[in-house]
Design a protein around this ligand. Structure first.
Ligand code: NAD
Length: 327
């Protein structure tokens, strides 16, 4: 696998310290050339002779890559792993790991940031002020939506969804959630969250925040029929994955004023953003930065590196997504 004794690992993109040090102690690290396309054939070619790949959510890791001879592990630097075909990895006896937990609070903070920024028109107000258009206080200037006491609908009450519910409590919000897996009664009580069906959540929420993984079931989970059930004053927040929301239907719903606004961190065809969203002042757009703090990105890097280091040394990595792999 390597001329220098250490197993060789393909690092698709730079990671932060201490991740790189952990990785290079355990393996010979081969960097993926920055100018090389991120398609499966190119990744497969670069992965030849490697026992592991440290991937990120922009890297398609499917059959072509996973069938590389000698590949033992793919360590994704993200909690979401929709860029990896996990069943194909299992079929090829390749372990897959992710980085759960370390980004929950940072991502929940950002979902709440988008909620508040959209409700209180902060980006629009900032532009207005910089452009010299603030010529004096006015009673009807930049009127927004109240957050305190409003109803928040959380779709997917996993680690991050629970973090958002926890923050909502401090804002005296009524929290509804929809998830096939109910919270234990004590957690429901502690968060003050009530489980409802999706239609009721859509009809009663002032804010709808999405925190599901991207799967065939959740793709376009919010589309025209769901927007039509929402209040006309509703604001949609998406920090999960772009394809969970039907972006064309969202643009249509915003244009037709079926809903009032949106705060988005993720997009259906990243890095492309639906052109219809760009001129909308009632929409706040972020470039997929919900987990982007120095501490969290460093911890994600370290966690991914530890998963890889454990596997290349012959162990079972702590965040193994397919424990049925037998090696
Ligand atoms: P998690 O697995 O802890 O929680 C996901 C929840 O969604 C679970 O409770 C699950 O039961 C629920 N769920 C699954 N399918 C559902 C459905 N059809 N309807 C309703 N609920 C459903 O995951 P997490 O750590 O909270 O992360 C959630 C997702 O957020 C990740 O998969 C990732 O894609 C995304 N994420 C994005 C960023 C970002 O930078 N924007 C950062 C972190 C995570």
């Amino acid at each position: 696998m390597s001329t220098r004794g250490k197993p060789r690992v393909l690092l698709m993109h730079p990671i932060l310290d201490p991740g790189y040090s952990i990785l290079s102690e355990a393996a010979e690290v081969a960097g993926y050339p920055a100018d090389r396309p991120l398609d499966e054939a190119s990744i497969r070619e670069a992965a030849e002779g490697c026992v592991g790949i440290v991937s990120q959510l922009i890297d398609p890791i499917r059959e072509t890559v996973l069938s590389t001879p000698g590949l033992k592990i793919v360590s994704n630097v993200a909690v979401g792993f929709d860029n990896i075909d996990v069943p194909a990895a299992t079929a090829h006896q390749v372990m897959v790991t992710n980085t759960p937990g370390v980004l929950d609070d940072t991502t929940a903070d950002f979902a709440f940031t988008l909620l508040m920024t959209t409700a209180r028109r902060v980006v629009e107000a900032d532009h207005f002020t910089r452009q010299g258009r603030f010529r004096g206080w006015a009673i009807d200037m930049m009127l927004g939506t109240d957050i305190f006491g409003a109803t928040l609908g959380i779709i997917g009450i996993g680690r991050i969804g629970r973090g958002v519910a926890h923050r909502a409590k401090g804002f005296n919000m009524r929290v509804l959630y929809y998830d096939p897996h109910p919270l234990p009664p004590d957690a429901e009580q502690q968060l003050g969250a009530a489980r409802v069906d999706l239609n009721r959540l859509l009809a009663e929420s002032d804010f709808v925040s999405v925190h599901v993984p991207l799967t065939p079931e959740t793709q376009h989970m919010l589309s025209t029929p769901q927007f039509e059930r929402m209040k006309r004053s509703a604001i949609v927040i998406n920090t999960s994955r772009g394809p969970v929301v039907d972006e064309a239907a969202l643009v249509e719903a915003l244009t037709a004023k079926k809903i009032a606004g949106a705060g988005l961190d993720v997009y259906e065809r990243e890095p492309a953003v639906h052109p219809g969203l760009l001129p909308m002042t009632n929409v706040v757009l972020a470039p997929h930065i919900a987990s982007a703090t120095v501490r969290t990105r460093s911890e994600m890097s370290a966690m991914a590196a530890r998963n890889m280091a454990t596997a290349v040394r012959g162990g079972r990595p702590p965040n193994l997504l397919n424990p049925e792999v037998k090696r």
